[in-house]
Write a protein of this length. Structure first.
Length: 285
Protein backbone atom coordinates (compact mmCIF):
# COMPACT_ATOMS: atom_id res chain seq x y z
CA UNK A 1 0.00 0.00 0.00
CA UNK A 2 2.77 2.35 0.97
CA UNK A 3 4.71 1.44 -2.16
CA UNK A 4 1.68 2.13 -4.40
CA UNK A 5 1.24 5.48 -2.69
CA UNK A 6 4.86 6.28 -3.46
CA UNK A 7 4.42 5.27 -7.09
CA UNK A 8 1.28 7.37 -7.48
CA UNK A 9 2.98 10.30 -5.75
CA UNK A 10 6.00 10.02 -8.05
CA UNK A 11 3.79 9.87 -11.13
CA UNK A 12 1.83 12.91 -9.95
CA UNK A 13 5.04 14.86 -9.34
CA UNK A 14 6.43 13.94 -12.75
CA UNK A 15 3.20 14.95 -14.50
CA UNK A 16 3.18 18.28 -12.67
CA UNK A 17 6.81 18.97 -13.55
CA UNK A 18 6.26 17.85 -17.14
CA UNK A 19 3.33 20.26 -17.38
CA UNK A 20 5.52 23.07 -16.08
CA UNK A 21 8.19 22.20 -18.67
CA UNK A 22 5.58 22.26 -21.44
CA UNK A 23 4.36 25.65 -20.21
CA UNK A 24 7.86 27.12 -20.14
CA UNK A 25 8.61 25.65 -23.57
CA UNK A 26 5.38 27.13 -24.99
CA UNK A 27 6.31 30.53 -23.57
CA UNK A 28 9.69 30.33 -25.28
CA UNK A 29 8.23 29.10 -28.58
CA UNK A 30 5.41 31.68 -28.72
CA UNK A 31 7.35 34.45 -26.94
CA UNK A 32 4.20 34.96 -24.86
CA UNK A 33 4.15 34.75 -21.10
CA UNK A 34 0.39 34.10 -21.01
CA UNK A 35 -0.93 31.29 -23.19
CA UNK A 36 -4.56 31.64 -22.10
CA UNK A 37 -6.48 34.10 -19.85
CA UNK A 38 -6.69 31.59 -17.02
CA UNK A 39 -2.88 31.65 -16.71
CA UNK A 40 -3.14 35.15 -15.23
CA UNK A 41 -6.67 36.67 -15.28
CA UNK A 42 -5.56 40.06 -13.93
CA UNK A 43 -2.72 40.46 -16.43
CA UNK A 44 -4.97 39.23 -19.25
CA UNK A 45 -7.52 41.90 -18.44
CA UNK A 46 -4.80 44.55 -18.42
CA UNK A 47 -3.54 43.33 -21.80
CA UNK A 48 -7.05 43.53 -23.30
CA UNK A 49 -7.49 47.05 -21.95
CA UNK A 50 -4.13 48.14 -23.35
CA UNK A 51 -4.90 46.51 -26.69
CA UNK A 52 -8.14 48.51 -26.99
CA UNK A 53 -6.37 51.70 -25.95
CA UNK A 54 -3.65 51.11 -28.53
CA UNK A 55 -6.28 50.57 -31.21
CA UNK A 56 -7.88 53.91 -30.31
CA UNK A 57 -4.46 55.55 -30.25
CA UNK A 58 -3.73 54.25 -33.77
CA UNK A 59 -7.02 55.70 -35.04
CA UNK A 60 -6.18 59.07 -33.50
CA UNK A 61 -2.71 58.99 -35.06
CA UNK A 62 -4.27 58.39 -38.49
CA UNK A 63 -6.53 61.42 -37.93
CA UNK A 64 -3.50 63.47 -36.90
CA UNK A 65 -1.71 62.40 -40.08
CA UNK A 66 -4.68 63.53 -42.18
CA UNK A 67 -4.98 66.81 -40.26
CA UNK A 68 -1.27 67.42 -40.73
CA UNK A 69 -1.54 66.95 -44.51
CA UNK A 70 -4.49 69.38 -44.68
CA UNK A 71 -2.70 71.88 -42.46
CA UNK A 72 0.43 71.72 -44.63
CA UNK A 73 -1.65 72.21 -47.78
CA UNK A 74 -3.44 75.16 -46.20
CA UNK A 75 -0.18 76.75 -45.11
CA UNK A 76 1.26 76.37 -48.61
CA UNK A 77 -1.83 78.06 -50.07
CA UNK A 78 -1.60 80.97 -47.64
CA UNK A 79 2.07 81.36 -48.43
CA UNK A 80 1.33 81.46 -52.16
CA UNK A 81 -1.45 84.03 -51.67
CA UNK A 82 1.01 86.21 -49.75
CA UNK A 83 3.52 85.89 -52.58
CA UNK A 84 0.89 86.77 -55.16
CA UNK A 85 -0.21 89.83 -53.15
CA UNK A 86 3.35 91.07 -52.88
CA UNK A 87 3.71 90.68 -56.64
CA UNK A 88 0.45 92.56 -57.23
CA UNK A 89 1.60 95.32 -54.91
CA UNK A 90 4.80 95.67 -56.90
CA UNK A 91 2.94 95.78 -60.23
CA UNK A 92 0.51 98.37 -58.88
CA UNK A 93 3.39 100.56 -57.81
CA UNK A 94 4.80 100.26 -61.33
CA UNK A 95 1.44 101.29 -62.78
CA UNK A 96 1.31 104.32 -60.47
CA UNK A 97 4.59 105.57 -61.89
CA UNK A 98 3.79 108.76 -63.78
CA UNK A 99 5.85 107.62 -66.77
CA UNK A 100 3.88 104.40 -67.35
CA UNK A 101 2.07 104.22 -70.70
CA UNK A 102 -1.44 103.00 -71.38
CA UNK A 103 -0.12 99.82 -72.99
CA UNK A 104 2.22 99.07 -70.07
CA UNK A 105 -0.63 99.58 -67.61
CA UNK A 106 -2.77 97.16 -69.62
CA UNK A 107 0.00 94.57 -69.41
CA UNK A 108 0.33 95.11 -65.66
CA UNK A 109 -3.45 94.82 -65.25
CA UNK A 110 -3.43 91.50 -67.16
CA UNK A 111 -0.60 90.20 -64.98
CA UNK A 112 -2.57 91.20 -61.88
CA UNK A 113 -5.61 89.43 -63.38
CA UNK A 114 -3.58 86.22 -63.67
CA UNK A 115 -2.41 86.53 -60.05
CA UNK A 116 -6.00 87.25 -59.00
CA UNK A 117 -7.20 84.06 -60.71
CA UNK A 118 -4.54 82.12 -58.83
CA UNK A 119 -5.69 83.60 -55.51
CA UNK A 120 -9.37 83.02 -56.32
CA UNK A 121 -8.66 79.38 -57.21
CA UNK A 122 -8.03 78.65 -53.55
CA UNK A 123 -11.69 79.32 -52.82
CA UNK A 124 -12.58 76.12 -54.69
CA UNK A 125 -9.44 74.09 -53.93
CA UNK A 126 -10.09 70.81 -52.13
CA UNK A 127 -7.88 68.85 -49.78
CA UNK A 128 -6.76 65.26 -50.30
CA UNK A 129 -10.12 64.00 -48.97
CA UNK A 130 -12.15 66.12 -51.38
CA UNK A 131 -13.23 68.66 -48.75
CA UNK A 132 -12.97 72.41 -49.33
CA UNK A 133 -9.51 73.54 -48.28
CA UNK A 134 -11.00 76.80 -47.01
CA UNK A 135 -14.68 76.09 -46.19
CA UNK A 136 -17.28 78.78 -46.83
CA UNK A 137 -18.09 79.06 -43.12
CA UNK A 138 -17.20 77.59 -39.74
CA UNK A 139 -20.10 75.10 -39.82
CA UNK A 140 -18.41 73.43 -42.79
CA UNK A 141 -15.01 73.11 -41.12
CA UNK A 142 -13.87 69.50 -40.83
CA UNK A 143 -12.73 68.68 -37.31
CA UNK A 144 -10.52 65.67 -36.71
CA UNK A 145 -10.78 63.60 -33.51
CA UNK A 146 -7.17 63.46 -32.31
CA UNK A 147 -7.68 62.29 -28.74
CA UNK A 148 -10.31 61.42 -26.16
CA UNK A 149 -12.82 64.31 -26.17
CA UNK A 150 -10.44 66.32 -28.32
CA UNK A 151 -10.86 67.45 -31.93
CA UNK A 152 -9.14 70.09 -34.02
CA UNK A 153 -9.75 71.91 -37.30
CA UNK A 154 -6.76 71.83 -39.64
CA UNK A 155 -7.49 74.93 -41.70
CA UNK A 156 -9.28 78.32 -41.76
CA UNK A 157 -12.57 79.46 -43.30
CA UNK A 158 -12.85 81.56 -46.45
CA UNK A 159 -13.80 84.66 -44.47
CA UNK A 160 -10.70 84.24 -42.30
CA UNK A 161 -8.57 84.15 -45.43
CA UNK A 162 -10.25 86.32 -48.06
CA UNK A 163 -11.88 89.06 -45.96
CA UNK A 164 -10.07 91.75 -43.99
CA UNK A 165 -10.67 95.19 -42.48
CA UNK A 166 -9.31 98.22 -44.34
CA UNK A 167 -7.27 100.57 -42.17
CA UNK A 168 -7.45 103.62 -44.44
CA UNK A 169 -8.91 105.07 -47.61
CA UNK A 170 -12.54 105.06 -48.76
CA UNK A 171 -13.24 101.70 -47.07
CA UNK A 172 -11.46 102.41 -43.77
CA UNK A 173 -12.98 100.37 -40.94
CA UNK A 174 -15.03 98.27 -43.36
CA UNK A 175 -14.68 94.63 -44.32
CA UNK A 176 -13.07 94.21 -47.72
CA UNK A 177 -13.37 91.18 -49.97
CA UNK A 178 -9.96 90.37 -51.44
CA UNK A 179 -11.31 89.35 -54.84
CA UNK A 180 -13.33 92.57 -55.14
CA UNK A 181 -10.27 94.62 -54.16
CA UNK A 182 -8.14 93.01 -56.85
CA UNK A 183 -10.82 93.52 -59.49
CA UNK A 184 -11.05 97.21 -58.50
CA UNK A 185 -7.26 97.41 -58.66
CA UNK A 186 -7.26 96.24 -62.26
CA UNK A 187 -9.99 98.72 -63.18
CA UNK A 188 -8.12 101.61 -61.53
CA UNK A 189 -4.94 100.71 -63.45
CA UNK A 190 -6.72 100.47 -66.79
CA UNK A 191 -8.41 103.84 -66.19
CA UNK A 192 -5.21 105.39 -64.84
CA UNK A 193 -7.25 106.36 -61.78
CA UNK A 194 -4.65 107.77 -59.36
CA UNK A 195 -7.06 108.01 -56.43
CA UNK A 196 -8.34 104.49 -57.03
CA UNK A 197 -4.83 103.06 -57.37
CA UNK A 198 -3.66 104.80 -54.20
CA UNK A 199 -6.68 103.47 -52.33
CA UNK A 200 -5.97 99.99 -53.70
CA UNK A 201 -2.32 100.20 -52.71
CA UNK A 202 -3.22 100.93 -49.08
CA UNK A 203 -5.76 98.10 -49.00
CA UNK A 204 -3.36 95.62 -50.59
CA UNK A 205 -0.92 96.41 -47.81
CA UNK A 206 -3.75 95.69 -45.35
CA UNK A 207 -4.38 92.42 -47.21
CA UNK A 208 -0.71 91.46 -46.94
CA UNK A 209 -0.76 92.16 -43.20
CA UNK A 210 -3.99 90.19 -42.87
CA UNK A 211 -2.46 87.24 -44.71
CA UNK A 212 0.47 87.29 -42.31
CA UNK A 213 -2.04 87.07 -39.43
CA UNK A 214 -3.83 84.21 -41.18
CA UNK A 215 -0.54 82.34 -41.52
CA UNK A 216 -0.01 82.91 -37.80
CA UNK A 217 -3.42 81.37 -37.03
CA UNK A 218 -2.62 78.46 -39.30
CA UNK A 219 0.70 78.01 -37.52
CA UNK A 220 -1.14 77.76 -34.19
CA UNK A 221 -3.36 74.99 -35.59
CA UNK A 222 -0.31 73.19 -36.99
CA UNK A 223 1.43 73.38 -33.61
CA UNK A 224 -1.61 71.95 -31.83
CA UNK A 225 -1.70 69.05 -34.27
CA UNK A 226 2.05 68.45 -34.00
CA UNK A 227 1.97 68.55 -30.20
CA UNK A 228 -0.85 66.01 -30.12
CA UNK A 229 1.06 63.82 -32.57
CA UNK A 230 3.98 63.76 -30.14
CA UNK A 231 1.69 63.04 -27.19
CA UNK A 232 0.04 60.15 -29.00
CA UNK A 233 3.42 58.72 -29.99
CA UNK A 234 4.61 58.87 -26.38
CA UNK A 235 1.36 57.34 -25.11
CA UNK A 236 1.64 54.52 -27.65
CA UNK A 237 5.22 53.81 -26.61
CA UNK A 238 4.25 53.70 -22.92
CA UNK A 239 1.28 51.41 -23.57
CA UNK A 240 3.32 49.08 -25.80
CA UNK A 241 6.04 48.85 -23.17
CA UNK A 242 3.50 48.13 -20.43
CA UNK A 243 1.69 45.59 -22.59
CA UNK A 244 4.98 43.85 -23.36
CA UNK A 245 5.80 43.62 -19.66
CA UNK A 246 2.54 41.73 -19.14
CA UNK A 247 2.63 39.36 -22.10
CA UNK A 248 6.16 38.95 -23.43
CA UNK A 249 8.51 36.33 -22.09
CA UNK A 250 11.42 37.30 -19.89
CA UNK A 251 13.99 34.80 -21.16
CA UNK A 252 16.31 35.51 -18.23
CA UNK A 253 13.55 34.23 -15.98
CA UNK A 254 11.96 31.47 -18.06
CA UNK A 255 15.05 29.68 -19.38
CA UNK A 256 16.51 29.01 -15.90
CA UNK A 257 13.06 27.81 -14.77
CA UNK A 258 12.89 25.45 -17.75
CA UNK A 259 16.36 24.06 -17.07
CA UNK A 260 15.55 23.65 -13.38
CA UNK A 261 12.30 21.86 -14.16
CA UNK A 262 14.04 19.53 -16.61
CA UNK A 263 16.64 18.71 -13.94
CA UNK A 264 13.85 18.19 -11.42
CA UNK A 265 12.04 15.84 -13.80
CA UNK A 266 15.18 13.76 -14.25
CA UNK A 267 15.51 13.48 -10.49
CA UNK A 268 11.83 12.51 -10.15
CA UNK A 269 12.26 9.87 -12.83
CA UNK A 270 15.21 8.42 -10.89
CA UNK A 271 13.10 8.35 -7.73
CA UNK A 272 10.23 6.72 -9.62
CA UNK A 273 12.60 4.08 -10.96
CA UNK A 274 13.76 3.20 -7.43
CA UNK A 275 10.20 3.10 -6.10
CA UNK A 276 8.99 1.02 -9.05
CA UNK A 277 11.82 -1.52 -8.57
CA UNK A 278 11.06 -1.78 -4.87
CA UNK A 279 7.43 -2.47 -5.67
CA UNK A 280 8.45 -5.18 -8.14
CA UNK A 281 10.75 -6.88 -5.61
CA UNK A 282 7.95 -6.81 -3.04
CA UNK A 283 5.64 -8.59 -5.48
CA UNK A 284 8.29 -11.17 -6.36
CA UNK A 285 8.82 -11.56 -2.59
Amino acid sequence: MTTMFGINSSISSMLSTDSAIASYQNQIDTKKKIQQPSDDPVASQQIDTLRRSLSGNTAYQKNVSTATAVSDQSNAALSDISTQLSSIQNKLQQAMNGTSSSSSRDILAKEISTATDQIDSYKTTTDTNGNALFPANSSQLITYPIGDSRSVAATLTQSQVFNFTASSGSSAGSTVDLSTLLQNTQTAIKNNDSSGMNDALNQIQDAISHMSDAQGQQSVLATQISDQDNRLANQALTMKTTKSSYEEVDYKEVVPELVASQTQLEAQQDVFSVVAKSSLFDKLG
